[in-house]
Structures are given as structure tokens and as C-alpha cells.
Design a protein. Structure first.
Length: 267
């Protein structure tokens, strides 16, 4: 007997929403692939008895404040290390309800064709939040431009740079805004999906990218611990991970370039 996996998944998810009255889930996102992929899920979710309402934020702080206040049910914009750092700072009682896309990061220059061409004293734009800054610094180290203190990993900061042969200077920028300042600096950390959304330049023009080895930076569906096992939230994650419309939206958000993203739940 043949088992139709897609049909089985659909049946399981449908079973999660047995009540006749549709459940509403408010999902906090930031622009780009996170907003676009949740938007793509809305018709399919509605057909399964789940009304998804998108609440869009323009920064990486407010979505957690809104989740803590109960203004949204789940947010989808951060990876686990980012959440761990935010929890240490603000005492959030959140957990992951499931993983989503892994957005690879890159190093971009609109002025120089390679790392060797970056001048002495060049300006590098980098994320201003602790974890994503550390991730960018690791990529700069991989490029051979800096060396970090041993053992700091993704928790490294500008203070942990122990070698800087080109005497680079650093401009700390809110992550979603990095795409907009890339043309003003010699080199910038970049998030391809934000570059696609901004239409500022070619997201596939990076000099170096992270990859699947960065799986710990997969974006999670963060929820308050007492709500993480709710049928609606678990159903949302299951639908997301199995939706062809979501995968197409993700592909489009990354300019159909597979080196810019990973679907970690398939790995």
C-alpha cells in the first residue's frame, strides 16, 4: 500500500484544528523573507482552520517586547543565540516552537572587487547587536581580514579583535539597515534577504558567505513557554515546514540563489 506523505501531513495538521471556529495566531516578523514566507502561508493555513495575522516590525528589539506583552503569539525573526542573549539581558521566558529558514550572511563591497583591494584604514559596516556582530566578525576572520581572541566564537565583539592588519575601522549598524549603508563603506556584513527587499544591489555579489555549518543560526518560531505546545502554534510550524508556497516565497526572497539560504529542517 502506498502512503501519500503530503496527504498524511495535511490530515495530521487538519486534525490539530478540529474545532469549527478558526483560531487566530498573531505572528511578529521583520520585512524580507520572514514576512514574505508567512504571508505565503496564509491561504493554506486558513484552509486548515488557522487565521494567521502578520504584525511587522522594523527592528530586532520590539518583536520580543511584543511577545512578552502578549500582543503577538509567536515571533519569527531571530535565531537561538540571539534569543539566548536577549533572554540574559531582559529575562524573557521564551522557547523555540520549531525552526525555519537559515539565512546565510555575506560580506559585500560595492567599491572593491576582492578583499585584497580593501584599503588601509577602510571602513567596515557590521551588525550592532552582540550575537550577529560576532557572526559577522567570524566571517571577517574567515576572510583573513582580522583575528579574534581564541575561543570567543560568535560571542566575539569588536573588543575581541587581536589582529587587524589593515587597521580597519568599524561602523556598527542595525542589522536590517546594513544593506542601505553598503555603498557608503568599503565592506559590509550583509543579509541577502534584506538586500533583495531593499533592491539596493545584487544579493549574489558577496565576496564570501556563511553556510550550512551555521545551522545554529536557523531562524526559530519563538513563543512564550506556556504557549509553545499550543495546537495552533505547533500547527503553524508544521504547515510552514511542509508548504510548497512557503518554499517558493523563500526562494524568491533569496533571488532564487541557493547559496544564500538553507532549509535546515530538511538537512
Amino acid at each position: 500500500m502506498k502512503i501519500h506523505v503530503a496527504g498524511l501531513i495535511s490530515a495530521i495538521v487538519l486534525g490539530l484544528f478540529a474545532p469549527a471556529q478558526a483560531e487566530t495566531i498573531k505572528v511578529g516578523v521583520v520585512p524580507g523573507v520572514y514576512a514574505d514566507s508567512i504571508e505565503a502561508l496564509i491561504p493554506e493555513a486558513k484552509a486548515k482552520g488557522l487565521d494567521v495575522e502578520i504584525v511587522e516590525f522594523s527592528d530586532w528589539t520590539t518583536p520580543n517586547i511584543a511577545l512578552q506583552a502578549g500582543d503577538i503569539d509567536v515571533n519569527y525573526f531571530q535565531h537561538q543565540p540571539f534569543l539566548d542573549n536577549a533572554t540574559a539581558e531582559r529575562g524573557y521566558d521564551f522557547t523555540s516552537a520549531g525552526i525555519g529558514v537559515l539565512a546565510n550572511i555575506g560580506l559585500y563591497s560595492l567599491k572593491h572587487k576582492d578583499f585584497a583591494s580593501i584599503p588601509e584604514g577602510g571602513v567596515v559596516a557590521i551588525a550592532n547587536d552582540p550575537v550577529n556582530q560576532g557572526r559577522g566578525l567570524l566571517l571577517l576572520q574567515k576572510a583573513g581580514l582580522i583575528k579574534l581572541r581564541d575561543g570567543v566564537g560568535f560571542k566575539g565583539t569588536l573588543d575581541d579583535i587581536v589582529e587587524n592588519s589593515k587597521n580597519l575601522t568599524f561602523s556598527e549598524v542595525e542589522g536590517p539597515q546594513l544593506a542601505r549603508v553598503t555603498g557608503d563603506v568599503d565592506l559590509a556584513q550583509g543579509y541577502p534577504h534584506f538586500i533583495v527587499a531593499s533592491k539596493a544591489f545584487n544579493p549574489s555579489s558577496g565576496l564570501l558567505y556563511s553556510g550550512v555549518d551555521d545551522k545554529q543560526f536557523s531562524i526559530i518560531f519563538a513563543a512564550r513557554k506556556e504557549k509553545a505546545e499550543d495546537a495552533g502554534i505547533k500547527g503553524l510550524v508544521t504547515l510552514y515546514q511542509n508548504s510548497p508556497a512557503v518554499r517558493e516565497a523563500i526562494k524568491k526572497a533569496f533571488a532564487s540563489d541557493e547559496k544564500l539560504y538553507t532549509l535546515p529542517w530538511l538537512q
